[in-house]
Write a protein that binds this ligand. Structure first.
Ligand SMILES: Cc1cc2nc3c(=O)[nH]c(=O)nc-3n(C[C@H](O)[C@H](O)[C@H](O)COP(=O)(O)OP(=O)(O)OC[C@H]3O[C@@H](n4cnc5c(N)ncnc54)[C@H](O)[C@@H]3O)c2cc1C
Ligand SMILES: NC(=O)c1ccc[n+]([C@@H]2O[C@H](COP(=O)([O-])OP(=O)(O)OC[C@H]3O[C@@H](n4cnc5c(N)ncnc54)[C@H](O)[C@@H]3O)[C@@H](O)[C@H]2O)c1
Length: 448
């Protein structure tokens, strides 16, 4: 007879593990089904290896600036393969920690592909399991564009598999992954060209922050190629050559990295057998309770494509468990005021509305405070790149509805400000907070 659970989470990534463990803490009999490595995208081919590569790239920046502070350093190269080996060993330790945590929480782990065969039954490798409720947390995978020769390029998974640093790289895309991987490769010494279809990368970010990023990327030597709609990729004598729809070409690349978005992992999941409706692009649409059209089947995380970020998948999963098993009726994740950071060099981050969104929502009742400054850490340097900050306020009280930051340290700075802003902080609250001097963060409480 098939084993029966209160909850089965399909996918042992950020969302699935968080939801199952929280539900199990409330006493629910839970299982997680994972077809690959525990921890999912974030741990294995996302946030964690990316941040390790970013740390390496940031270290390269610090070494370069060390001379400004009187150090005479001789660095005899960078051991990319050694870094990758240590990074992967760390990830294996994380995989083991995730496994132990599931055991400790009493969550059963099935290491298999899962496929619905009816609305309450999953077929796994060699057995069937049933449940009262399911959470679809299958995440996504990198998109490869349907272009001739696209298979000659790699995606972000392929980037993490590289055993040596490519000398000359084309990155195609204009989102988080495109700018992050471009930055890492450039800081570690590759020649990088970033190709994007519109005028700017990061179209959805605040224009002031986007401009500051463009200036910094160009100062670092990243070639930004706008208006480039890729049409094909081919291998010629001197490497890979990218062709654009308008006839332009760019060649000589050792690697071409597609960073053009991610597709949900819903193929082969048998959602038709469970009568779960899919959107045309394969995402699972949900309501504010994370419910699909089937009242006992929920979906969280990247497969819903709503703010595809790790802490969002975790928060959605935990709140769902709080509501269904923790007696917290009414608990759900409102998808607003979600902070995020893009790990470029320097990084940038945002919480809340952009200026454009605020003007659409509040019309003329919007007040903007901005600053651009050279941070003290660059005072002794030739490198005079600017940090930039913008606060967006509304109403008589000047409630802060958006903050956009670019510059060294903002990755760690934003979280605390996000708490205050989510709680409804006003410009006056910021002004009344005594500054910490000398820091970049103090600029945010001294804006006029
Ligand atoms: C390069 C990169 C960098 C990123 N950096 C950041 C960052 O800095 N900060 C941040 O917040 N987010 C970042 N993200 C996004 C983050 O990784 C995702 O938002 C997060 O992992 C989504 O969690 P999830 O639980 O929805 O899916 P996932 O973590 O992708 O987990 C889904 C799991 O389901 C499994 N699965 C799929 N189908 C089945 C099936 N049929 N049966 C069994 N198992 C199945 C998969 O193997 C996978 O392990 C990054 C992503 C990438 C690609
Ligand atoms: N620091 C972080 O928090 C972080 C880092 C990486 C990824 N992520 C998450 O992962 C998600 C996926 O990242 P992503 O960068 O793959 O996706 P994205 O949606 O951010 O960007 C994809 C980009 O590719 C472009 N594009 C699409 N098709 C194209 C084509 N055929 N040719 C050229 N360009 C094309 C799009 O215009 C877009 O700019 C992000 O939305 C983000 O939520 C977060």
């Amino acid at each position: 007879m098939a084993r029966h659970f209160d909850l089965i989470c399909i996918g042992g990534g950020s969302g699935g593990i968080a939801a199952a463990r929280r539900a199990a803490n409330y006493g629910a009999r839970c299982a997680v089904v994972e077809q690959g490595r525990l921890g999912g995208t974030c741990v294995n081919v996302g946030c964690v290896p990316k941040k390790i590569m970013w740390n390496a790239a940031h270290t390269a920046e610090v070494i370069e600036r060390a001379a400004d502070y009187g150090f005479r350093l001789q660095v005899s190269g960078h051991d990319w393969a050694g870094l990758v080996e240590r990074r992967e060993a760390y990830i294996e330790r994380l995989n083991a920690i995730y496994r132990r945590n599931l055991e400790r929480s009493g969550v059963e782990l099935y290491e298999s592909h899962a496929r619905f065969i009816d609305p309450h039954t999953l077929e796994l490798a060699g057995e069937r399991v049933t449940a009262e409720r399911f959470i679809i947390a299958v995440g996504g995978h990198p998109t490869t564009p349907a272009l001739p020769g696209a298979e000659l390029g790699i995606d972000s998974d392929g980037f993490f598999a590289l055993q040596r640093r490519p000398e000359r790289v084309a990155v195609v895309g204009a989102g988080y992954i495109a700018v992050e991987l471009s930055g890492v490769l450039r800081q570690l010494g590759s020649r990088v060209s970033l190709f994007f279809r519109k005028d700017y990368p990061l179209r959805h970010f605040d224009p002031m922050i986007r401009t500051a990023y463009v200036e910094a990327a160009q100062a670092d030597g990243i070639e930004l190629v706008s208006g480039f709609v890729p049409a094909s990729l081919e291998r010629v004598a001197d490497g890979l050559c990218l062709h654009a729809a308008d006839g332009r070409s760019a060649g000589g690349f050792e690697q071409v990295i597609w960073a053009v978005g991610r597709d949900p992992n819903t193929n082969g999941l048998g959602l038709e057998a469970a009568d779960v409706e899919l959107a045309t692009d394969g995402i699972v649409p949900v309501d504010q309770w994370q419910a699909t059209n089937q009242s006992h089947i929920f979906a969280i995380g990247d497969v819903t494509r709503v703010f595809p970020l790790t802490p969002v998948a975790i928060a959605a999963g935990r709140r769902l468990a709080d509501r269904l098993w923790g007696g917290q009726a009414g608990r759900y994740l409102p998808y607003e005021m979600i902070p995020s950071v893009v790990f470029t060099h320097p990084p940038f981050g945002a919480v809340g509305l952009t200026e454009e969104q605020a003007r659409q929502r509040y019309g003329g009742d919007v007040k903007i405070y901005t600053t651009r400054f050279v941070p003290l850490e660059l005072a002794l340097s030739e490198d005079k790149r600017h940090s930039a900050m913008k606060l967006i306020c509304t109403g008589e009280q000047e409630r802060i509805v958006g903050a956009h930051l670019f510059g060294s340290g903002v990755d760690e700075m934003l979280q605390g400000f996000a708490v205050a802003i989510r709680m409804g902080a006003t410009k006056r609250d910021f002004d009344d907070t005594v500054a910490i001097h000398p820091t970049s963060a103090e600029e945010l409480v001294t804006l006029t």
